[in-house]
Design a protein around this ligand. Structure first.
Ligand SMILES: [Mn+2]
Length: 333
């Protein structure tokens, strides 16, 4: 295996690892804020800056969490693709639909290369008998991993998708593997997952809403509906229970950090007011560990570093803690 990056103050050997985390520093077609390609790096950097003891959960640092370092080719491909995509992303704002087709094709090919690479890496980890997680990168980095699990489990699993966005756009700005299209691509595979359960969605277009309404494998807990229930006296526990009830036995967690309240991740690419609190996500994850659900893999995406000289890395602080909780969840279900 490739070298690993120190995470949570540990650098286990390959043979002692039980959970392999793939780092995918990719944000080539990010449409608003940049910097999600720095996600894995900044999370690793801040992951030793916390206390691992807690009254409600186990210290998992010595359970062999191997954080794979990204290959140079991927970093270069991201940079080159980003350079090609920048003028198109800017152009879209002034003249929608007016894209130079050849350039868009080239960008789609590069994104496809990234998706295939993630697919192959996920396969390697799964075939080695270890558990799998992914740290993005923008949300397009999840597609290859989910595609692999869809094939291997023949669609017999569900996705728990925490996000401010439905990510059900057919393509976005002409890019087929956009962060905004990841779940559209996932449900249009040969063996799509048997359930897509979305939580925290609050920014979506009419086409996406129609896909949700017309597809009985998709269930969306819109942020507005969650709030209404809470304001009218329902408990978060009862909402979590209804989320878990809809999940099949095997699940993959896709966690876009913009699903949480934006003050927790101020630099994420497309922040939206509203969203879940850190405590609500923590409670949801812990409830999974007390349910019959088995987590087969996860991704944590859209953690970004601010641009320029601003060194506010709060996103990394929150992101590292969220990653630790996801690792606890997959190692105990
Ligand atoms: Mn999102």
């Amino acid at each position: 295996m490739r070298n690993n990056i120190s995470l949570f103050g540990r650098t286990p050997s390959d043979k002692d690892s039980n959970l392999v985390l793939l780092s995918v520093p990719w944000s080539a077609t990010a449409s608003f804020g940049e910097g999600a390609d720095k996600g894995p790096e900044i999370v690793a950097l801040y992951s030793s800056q916390m206390d691992f003891f807690s009254i409600e959960s186990e210290d998992i640092r010595d359970k062999g969490i191997y954080f794979l370092s990204p290959p140079d080719f991927l970093k270069k491909l991201n940079q080159q693709t980003r350079e090609k995509a920048t003028p198109i992303i800017a152009l879209e704002e002034s003249a929608p639909g007016d894209f130079p087709k050849q350039l868009v094709d080239e960008i789609n090919q590069s994104c496809n290369q990234m998706v295939k690479w993630v697919y192959e890496e996920t396969k390697k980890v799964h075939e080695s008998g270890k558990k799998f997680g992914l740290v993005g990168g923008d949300h397009s980095t999840s597609e290859g991993a989910i595609r692999y699990f869809s094939e291997i489990y023949k669609g017999n699993f569900g996705i728990l998708h925490i996000d401010a966005h439905a990510d059900l756009r057919k393509s976005y700005q002409g890019f087929q593997h956009s962060h905004a299209s990841v779940m559209y691509n996932v449900i249009h595979q040969t063996c799509p997952p048997s359930a897509l359960i979305q939580v925290g969605v609050r920014d979506y277009c009419k086409e996406e809403y129609l896909i949700i309404k017309e597809n009985n494998t998709i269930h969306t807990f819109f942020d507005s509906e969650i709030n209404k229930a809470l304001f009218e006296g329902k408990t978060w526990k009862s909402i979590v229970d209804s989320i878990i009830q809809l999940l099949p036995e095997k699940i993959y967690i896709s966690l876009d950090v913009d699903g949480l309240q934006p003050h927790l991740f101020p630099n994420t690419g497309t922040p939206v007011p509203g969203g879940l609190s850190f405590g609500q996500v923590d409670y949801l994850l812990r409830s999974l560990t007390q349910s019959p659900v088995q987590v087969i893999g996860f991704d944590l995406v859209e953690i970004a570093a601010p641009e320029g000289e601003n060194k506010n890395l709060w996103d990394a602080q929150t992101g590292a803690r969220l990653l630790y909780k996801l690792c606890q969840t997959i190692l105990t279900t």
